[in-house]
Design a binder for this molecule. Structure first.
Ligand code: FAD
Length: 560
């Protein structure tokens, strides 16, 4: 067993040097699930499970990471994509959450994930008798900038009504008293999750998607193993581990009931829906913080040729797998847009796509959904099952640090220095020249727009994909007209990123399903063709994959 502490950091550096081009290997992981005993088995590869797997494996623990869907297949690909402190939590007195989140935002933006976390500049208009007034907003944003220790040039600026009108002429002028511009950050949530999974793999974790935990077996009152079924091959095995972590997001209470059938629910689920519009029909200049009639915040964020608008916050009961956008969600968001941008006429037929996710919030019955604290819940059952739920995507690293500290103590290992405090995610690590293996030349050999696409998505790992494209020039081209993804990425996603379906690629490895919904639909055939060649699908499977993705994408355009 590797010794944690300084030695594990050395080991971590060694692994980073030798395993730069890691290829996630599902069959190998499934065999390891069967054959090995792990220090920690993690149920759920959303951001919380993935971040714990990364931290724990970097500290030298032997880790299994198991998800019954794709990585980031649930909440962690359906967030508002903001890496933020959550300005709106300040009036609720959640100072600690906002402070911690802003510190994590800055760490991700400047040190650990600068290739994935980008600044976003919001215009926040203020209206008479709706939400914040100019004074409370200015006080709040001053605190926000101070917590983040922003350089002075990035501090918020207050605007009068005329300046707000000039900055974003589309905004309603009725009752407008002024506003502010401030910096926050955004990221492709699924890709951040995936890079945590990848780094866990680089540090020898056994990782598999489409593998479901079905039950636990006990020995001396403690969980000794989990029964895991491979949802592709159908076989089941017992995964043995010293500790088990339940990071199953909206399903945490189901997993807790596998451990203790009498366990009371610990989370309350609320639904959040986002809509996507083509920028041509929602032609705003700025990212905006809008408010409904009660002052509840709705974000509007242009991303390239589309605009993301959300979110809603309503209680949800029922099967979490069935969560979807409903007409009431669309009507609510259209009403906020109509009130805030009166010159822009939108109907539900204009929705290019949408997505719906579930927050797992601390169970506090009396509060309205928007007022329930966003901090994480961490519980440990008498049989040793540790459960984590909620929290914010932004604080995933800090949540993982807390959890892994707890696991190290339970295992009687020294906690040591948390390696994720300073270690960049894989795509932000410099590639040493001896490991370049023609990567630079490959980047130069493909068309410049394709090279830019790769740099934006893979950071310093872009040459891994560029090498595929330079060997097979037909894969250096966009997958469909205006599509910001190239064929070589499909080959890489299948060979190295454990993508098994067209949706895995278009929804989670590239986020094209919401960032370029029309282009994603047009690209589905090309993606399926390349996947068929790589995975040996027959024609029927190829067609079924295209039909399945197209159906899912079309069902996200909700009409009455
Ligand atoms: C609408 C919305 C907007 C949000 N916006 C933001 C934001 O802008 N910024 C921010 O910081 N946070 C935001 N959040 C919060 C953030 O997205 C969540 O806190 C985070 O994604 C939760 O991740 P998770 O890993 O706990 O859960 P999930 O991502 O849901 O992962 C749980 C995983 O467990 C797996 N699983 C379940 N059962 C089993 C089983 N039996 N066996 C194996 N695997 C299983 C599932 O397949 C799933 O992949 C938002 C949340 C929502 C809903």
């Amino acid at each position: 067993m590797p010794t944690p502490g300084p030695k594990s950091v050395t080991r971590s550096r060694r692994i980073q040097k030798t395993k730069l081009a890691a290829t996630l290997n599902r069959q190998k992981s499934l065999a390891r699930f069967r054959d090995e005993e792990f220090d920690l088995a993690i149920i759920g590869a959303g951001i919380n499970g993935a971040a714990v797997a990364r931290d724990a494996s970097m500290r030298g623990l032997k880790v299994a990471l198991i998800d019954r869907g794709d990585f980031a297949g649930a909440t962690s690909s359906r967030s508002s994509k903001l890496i933020h402190g959550g300005f709106r939590y300040l009036p609720q007195g959640q100072f600690k959450l906002v402070y911690e989140a802003l510190r994590e935002r800055e760490r991700l933006r400047h040190r650990t994930a600068p290739h994935l976390v980008h600044p976003i500049h919001f215009l926040f208009p203020v209206y008479r008798r709706r939400g914040f007034n100019r004074f409370t907003m200015s006080m709040g944003l001053t605190l926000y900038d101070l917590f983040a220790r922003m350089p002075f040039k990035e501090w918020h600026s207050s605007l009068n009504a005329a300046e707000v009108r000039e900055t974003e002429p589309a905004l309603s002028r009725v009752g407008l008293t002024g506003g502010a511009m401030y910096y926050d950050a955004w990221a492709d949530d699924a890709r951040v999750t995936f890079e945590n999974v990848l780094d866990a793999d680089l540090h020898d974790a056994a990782v598999a998607n489409y593998a479901a935990v079905e039950s636990f077996s006990m020995a001396d009152g403690k969980i000794a193993s989990a029964r895991v079924r491979d949802l592709i091959g159908g076989a089941a095995c017992e995964v043995r581990a010293k500790k088990f972590l339940n990071a199953a997001g909206p399903w945490v209470d189901d997993i807790r009931r596998m451990d203790d059938p009498a366990a009371k629910p610990c989370v309350r689920l609320t639904k959040g829906v986002h809509l996507v519009f083509a920028r041509t029909i929602l032609p705003v200049r700025e990212s905006l913080v809008l408010a409904d009639e009660h002052g509840r915040i709705v974000f509007l964020m242009p991303h390239d040729r589309y605009v993301l608008v959300g979110t809603t916050d309503t209680d949800f009961t029922g099967d979490p797998a069935s969560v979807r956008t409903e007409i009431g969600d669309v009507e609510y968001l259209l009403a906020v847009l109509a009130e805030s941008l009166p010159g822009i006429k939108l109907t539900n037929a204009d929705v290019a796509t949408s997505f719906a996710g579930l927050r797992a919030l601390i169970r506090e019955e009396k509060e309205a959904p928007s007022s329930v604290p966003r901090e994480e819940v961490i519980l440990e059952s008498p049989s040793g099952l540790i459960t984590v739920a909620g929290g914010k995507f932004t604080t995933h690293r800090a949540i993982a640090q807390k959890l892994v500290d707890q696991v190290m103590k339970r295992l009687g290992r020294p906690v040591g220095v948390c390696p994720t405090l300073a270690t960049p995610l894989p795509g932000a690590r410099p590639i040493p020249p001896q490991n370049d293996a023609g990567g630079g030349a490959a980047m130069r050999s493909i068309p410049a727009p394709s090279a830019e696409i790769l740099k934006a998505r893979y950071g310093t790992r872009a040459p891994i994909v560029a090498r595929i494209a330079s060997r097979r020039p037909e894969l250096a081209e966009p997958l469909s007209r205006n599509c910001p993804a190239i064929g070589a990425e499909v080959v890489n996603a299948v060979g190295s990123e454990m993508a098994l379906t067209v949706g895995d690629f278009l929804i989670r490895r590239t986020s094209l399903s919401w960032r370029s919904p029309a282009e994603a639909e047009a690209a589905a055939g090309a993606v399926a063709r390349i996947m068929a060649a790589e995975l040996g699908w027959n024609r029927a499977r190829e067609e079924a994959e295209v039909a399945s993705f197209t159906h899912e994408q079309q069902s996200r355009r909700v009409v009455a």
